[in-house]
Each structure stands twice: as C-alpha cells, then as structure tokens.
Design a protein around this ligand. Sequence first.
Ligand code: MN
Length: 285
Amino acid sequence: MCRFGEDRLGVVEGAGVRDVTPALELLESYRYPLPPFDPLIANLGKLRSRIEELAVRAPLQPLSEVKLLSPVANPRKIIGAPMNYTKHVQEVRQNHEIHHDNASHKNDIHRAGLFLKATSSLVGPSEGVIIRHRDRRNDHEVELAVVIGSRTNRVSRFRALESVAGYCIGLDMVTRGPEERSFRKSIDTYSVMGPWLVTADEIPDPSNLELAITVNGELRQKANTRDLILSVAELIELASSFYTLEPGDILMTGTPDGVGPVQAGDLMIASIERIGSMEVPVRAA
Ligand code: MN
C-alpha cells in the first residue's frame, strides 16, 4: 500500500500502482479534537476489502511516474532506537574513542532507552532530504521501520508482533554535533519513510531481512535484521513499557555500521528484502 501524487492511496503491484483512493471515503470524518492516531492505519482492516475491490478495476500506472509520499500521513510518534546493531556500537565508540570494557551491548540500549523524532521531520522518498546545515556533517542511517497497527500498552515480546500493521524502509537522517539527539534528528525531511507499506501478513518474521543503502552507487551499509541487538518484538515491548503505542506510530529499529555523510546532489538508494527499494535525492536548502 502506498500514498502517492496529491494524497492518493495506491496498491503496488510489480512496477505499477493502482489508485484506490475512493476507499478513503469509508473513513469517518473526524472533528476537533483530532484522535491520537493515524486514521488510515487505524482502519486498514476495515478498508481492506474495499481496497481490494477497487484494485481489481483500477488501471495500472507505472510507479516510475508517480511521486511517492510517506505511507503514514499522520503518525503521533516516531520512535528511534540508538545503537541497536553490535558493529554500529563499535563504530560509534571508535569515532568517539570511548572504550567500555566488558560492556554488554544489550545493556547499552536498555540503559539508553529509545528516543523520539519530531513528526514534522517526516517525508516520503520523492520529497527527498534537504540539507539544512551544509557546514556540518549530515549522515544517513538506513533502518527497518515498523508501523504500529493497534493501540498497544505494556505488551510482552511474545505478543508484540500482533501490534504491527506493516513495514517500510526508514531513513533516520542526522546532523552531527553536540546537541540532543532528538534535536539533530528532527530537522525537516530528516525522517524518510517509504517506498510503501508492506502489510505484516507478508512479512511474518521481520528478524531475517537484508538491508542496504548506496550513495551515488557506492555501497555504504549492508546488514541483516537478524543482527539487531533488540529484535522488533523486544523493541515494541520496551517502547510500550514507557508509552502507549497508537496506530500509525513509527518505530525505527536502529541502523547497522557504515553510517556516512551525504551532501546536496547525492542520490541514496535504500533497500530491504521483501519490501523493495527507494531512491531518495539529497537536496540543497
Ligand atoms: Mn537511527
């Protein structure tokens, strides 16, 4: 499922997309105060048969001709996981020349917990990343992104995957510097979600997915989600032990080693097995 063009809803099929926007008419029109969740994601189950019905009749348009938006329009939270791949933890320590003897990586993320990115930083792949501080280093982080499908509070890891609506490719962009992480990662366009949402029924096990990113054709990051320190289920357990997760909330699961700089004019191509790949241009402000 994708969002494209001028707020169209689509079903992706091969290299094409079928416009199923009329399915949105089934959503109730909310009035102020707006609900604390994304209405489309909250009602995906209810809309599914209408979407499938419309998809049969809708013509197939080439995906290459449409502008892809973030598959989630109105998340209330974007949650990030710091240092959740062992080799990335080592990379960060080398960069900072910090040495922790006998440190358990699992304890690291448990100690650090999770962080939040402003929802105003969210864009789709076609909008691209706009570098705001060109005098500073701006890095890419490719990550498996999880979209929550139902209200979830204090869930155990054993039932956590029942809360997942689907998966996307996420880019957790960051400007390096001394400020709080949430500040440096919340710059407009610094959370990219795309190219579409693959519903959870198509990825029953998110713990064995290859992921990669190239910049101008050069391979920068390549890993497998089996190397996550905290798995998707464990991350949902941890997140929901602090706050209630709502439909449409996004959980970025952490980035592997190979984090590196980008500048205006670069083209990033991120891919995750069973999801697909997305091209994300880097632009000047
Ligand atoms: Mn990250």
